[in-house]
Design a protein around this ligand. Structure first.
Ligand code: FAD
Length: 427
């Protein structure tokens, strides 16, 4: 068909039909009415759709009308209905998504010793499972690790998928990847959470790649929307924004979370659950990576991530020598000294003391920030502390927005005053 003007209906709206025409088949008369150039018109109907006065219609030749009639007859006689491609795609997607159910937490272990981040993840996993009315399950892979299934039950899991074989004794990407993918293919979980540790980061990336799904690393917040999509929040663009990422067209939805970001879930000893035992045909000879020897790190470092009291210093400390003052306060509290990235970059403190996005995430009972401005990259690493005390001479410093108690003043006077007061109280 071709477009044509219905006489007397045009309102000279300003040539919307001409702008819509993709092949320049409309010219405008002096009166502002369209003139359709039939030899150029391709019958795309765009001009008809945009006309606000319904002044353009489609005109068909007798041959075209005949074809249209025949098509209408075929449809009326029960010929296959024309399937809307988009609807079909949506239906297929909904069917695929519905096949995946359950929230799984990977229980990380080294020689049978669980990583505490796994139990932290059980807490948030239980909340997610409750919201979407599904079960919370543990994935336990290793050798001689059945006790971890029972421990997972005490932290809230109701089912544990156990893969207990000699080849899983030491963590290596290939066998753990095969084990995880075997479980995913067979039991189709909706959500998988892993700790953002060396092992978790390695395994999660490999699994997501093989099962062709999305993965959000280092999440600081997790919840679900009304379509069962996992809303995965994490700092993005250098920490300047908090992005909420979703993986709405693929399953499982995978996320890693750093240790101490989520609160520890409550332990209920003796809780029961179902253990599902699985095996795969995998021999040591099939695995390229070999563990020759395990050399333990004997260096006793300071664990700021697990500390209950942290006194942190930033660029406002003015130099490395002044951190002794923070150490004195930390000693009185039985805590440790942390630092902002500026202090670490300046060489005043080692990197293992850095708190923040590219350092450690901490959750102490008391966090005292001294001479730290409170950049978002620092805040994401400490804002979940029970109590934050900020000491800064700039009353507008962003650290005060997350502080429970803010002290505006010179830290070189305030910190020794607090230390002395604590000593007096103890004396
Ligand atoms: P400044 O911002 O310079 O603040 C110093 C503060 O000290 C000021 O507020 C000042 O008022 C106060 N002050 C000065 N003298 C005194 C005094 N005598 N008494 C009281 N107050 C005083 N930062 C981190 O900390 N951790 C991270 O993990 C981290 N990761 C990052 C990752 C990326 C990708 C990027 C782009 C940045 C990252 N940063 C990180 C850096 C961050 O953006 C800030 O630059 C940094 O946190 C600032 O450190 P600061 O607060 O010590 O220094």
């Amino acid at each position: 068909g071709k477009a044509r003007l219905i006489e007397g209906k045009c309102i000279a709206c300003g040539a919307r039909c001409q702008s819509a025409c993709p092949v320049d088949a409309i010219e405008m008369s002096d009166a502002g009415e369209p003139i359709v150039l039939s030899d150029k018109c391709i019958g795309c109907v765009k001009c008809v759709k945009v006309c606000p006065a319904e002044a353009i219609e489609m005109f068909f030749t007798p041959e075209e009308l005949k074809i249209l009639e025949e098509l209408a007859e075929q449809q009326a006689a029960g010929a296959a209905p024309v399937v809307d491609e988009e609807d079909a795609e949506e239906a297929a997607l909904a069917k695929m998504l519905a096949a995946y159910r359950g929230v799984w937490v990977f229980v990380e272990q080294t020689e049978g010793e669980p990583a505490t981040v796994s139990w932290e993840l059980m807490g948030v996993g239980a909340q997610l499972a409750k919201e979407i009315n599904t079960e919370l399950c543990a994935i336990v892979i290793g050798h001689g690790v059945e006790h971890l299934c029972r421990e997972a039950f005490s932290y809230g899991a109701t089912k544990a998928y156990l893969m207990d074989q000699e080849v899983f004794r030491f963590y290596r990407t290939e066998p753990y990847l095969d084990a995880c993918c075997h479980l995913i293919d067979k039991y189709k979980p909706e959500i998988i959470l892993m700790g953002a540790t060396g092992m978790g980061r390695d395994l999660a990336g490999a699994v997501a790649t093989r099962v062709k799904t999305g993965l959000t690393a280092d999440c600081t917040g997790l919840d679900v929307d009304d379509k069962r999509n996992l809303r995965q929040t994490r700092p993005a663009f250098g920490g300047n924004i908090m992005a909420t990422i979703m993986c709405d067209k693929f399953r499982p939805q995978m996320a890693t979370v750093r240790p101490h970001v989520m609160p520890m879930s409550e332990k209920k000893d003796g809780a029961a659950g179902e253990i599902v035992r699985e095996q795969i045909a995998l021999n040591e000879a099939d695995i390229l990576t070999k563990v020759i020897e395990i050399i333990r790190d004997t260096k006793v470092g300071i664990d700021i991530a697990g500390a209950e009291f942290i006194v942190s210093g930033g660029r406002g400390m003015m130099g490395p020598e002044n951190f002794a003052m923070l150490q004195e306060l930390a000693d009185e509290l039985g805590g440790v000294v942390g630092a902002s990235r500026s202090a670490v970059d300046a060489g005043w403190m080692p990197h293992d003391r850095q708190v923040g996005q590219t350092g450690k995430t901490v959750r102490p009972k008391i966090y005292i920030a001294c001479g730290i401005s409170g950049a978002i990259q620092h805040l994401v690493g400490m804002q979940d502390s029970d109590v934050v005390i900020a000491i800064n001479r700039d009353k507008d410093a962003p650290i005060f927005e997350v502080a429970t108690y803010g002290i505006v003043g010179d830290l070189f006077q305030i910190v020794p005053a607090i230390t002395n007061r604590l000593r007096e109280l103890k004396a």
